[in-house]
Design a binder for this molecule. Structure first.
Ligand code: IPM
Ligand code: MN
Length: 338
């Protein structure tokens, strides 16, 4: 059996705890993982003022994949200015490794207990390297009463087309073969127009995929009232950020939501992480839910070609653990079932 070289960035708060359970469950499938841990995140920044040293970035490029727990300081902490870790670590990895697809699946646990229209079985494909996240903008006359701040949105034909193609490919492989573009074309008439035209043009090569369009505000109503209408959704970086928190909340809670930051061309490692943050308030209490990290691990194994192990984890996740289990006990629960 081949072994896989994985970099593990446990990070801050509950990140290390949930990553440990994800690795435990992965190994229980029989897959061999050779892991190396990297100390990155708020704690390291506070100690050393380092965010992502160039040498570490270069080393990370040499792995097959990266598992990231969570990064970020406690809410209200004054030691790490807002944006330092987000831009300097997580977004830097997404950009430098060209992880242009943020693949975020949402599956309601215990779907048989829900009304049919409340069942979530969808994937949001979030563009992950452009939009408002590209960091275009700046200040003018900062700190004066006449201050100006701009924050642009970068949308390239190349960047939009490659993520839209990924979404069509994905939709074509799923039973429902349905893809919705989510944007705000009625107001963002430049970027929205580029997205809509690209979507329509790519659509012509996928006659088997049924398509739809929703404005992002309307998609929030549908996600709450009738999430079952969605199969695959493709959207820009910021809309994707927002609607995936909502989709997490309506499909069993953010503690279950997994994500894969993918470089589909495999020119470097892809990065797998739960959608949730560091949750410092419950760190070390055993109350963190490791399911999002475990499901992110399944996404990693699937991407690495370990499809049997990935399916075994996915299958095990169809059973919810008994109420009240600790982080470790939930990890054990799934480790015994894969
Ligand atoms: C996410 C997070 C990140 C984002 C933050 C931490 C930069 O919210 O992965 O959804 O905005 O993309
Ligand atoms: Mn987010």
């Amino acid at each position: 059996m081949t072994s896989h070289r994985i970099a593990v960035v446990g990070g801050d708060g509950i990140g290390p705890e949930v990553s440990e359970e994800a690795l435990k469950v992965a190994r229980a499938t029989g897959v061999i993982l050779e892991t190396t841990e990297y100390d990155l995140g708020a704690a390291r920044y506070v100690k050393t003022k380092e965010v992502l040293p160039d040498g570490v970035l270069e080393e990370l490029k040499g792995y097959e994949a990266i598992l990231l727990g969570a990064i970020g300081p406690a809410i209200g902490s004054k030691e790490v200015p807002s944006g330092i870790l987000e831009r300097g670590l997580l977004l830097k990895l997404r950009f430098e490794l060209d992880l242009y697809v943020n693949h975020r699946p949402f599956l309601s646990p215990n779907p048989h207990e829900l009304a049919a229209n409340k069942v979530c079985d969808m994937v949001v494909v979030r563009e992950n390297t452009e939009g408002t996240y590209a960091g275009e903008g700046g200040f003018l006359r900062k700190g004066t009463p006449h201050e100006v701040a701009t924050q642009g949105s970068v949308n390239t034909r190349f960047g939009v087309e490659r993520v839209v193609r990924y979404a069509f490919d994905l939709a074509a492989k799923r039973p429902r073969k349905h893809l919705t573009l989510v944007h705000k074309t009625n107001v963002l008439t430049y970027s929205g127009d580029l997205w809509q035209r690209t979507f329509d043009e790519v659509s012509a090569s996928y006659p088997a995929v049924e398509v739809a369009y929703n404005h992002v505000d309307a998609s929030c109503i549908y996600l709450v009232e009738n999430p079952s209408r969605y199969d695959v959704v493709v959207t820009d970086n910021l809309f994707g950020d927002i609607i995936t928190d909502l989709a997490g909340a309506v499909s069993g809670g953010i503690g279950l939501a997994a994500s894969a930051n993918l470089n589909p061309e495999r020119t470097g490692p892809s990065l797998f992480e739960p959608v949730h943050g560091a949750a410092h308030d419950i760190a070390g209490t055993g109350r963190a839910n490791p399911i999002a990290a475990i499901r992110s691990m399944a996404l990693m194994l699937d991407f690495l070609g370990e499809t049997e192990a990935a399916s075994a984890i996915e299958k095990s996740l169809e059973t919810s653990p008994p109420q009240g289990l600790s982080t470790k006990a939930i990890g054990d629960f799934y480790a015994e079932r894969v």
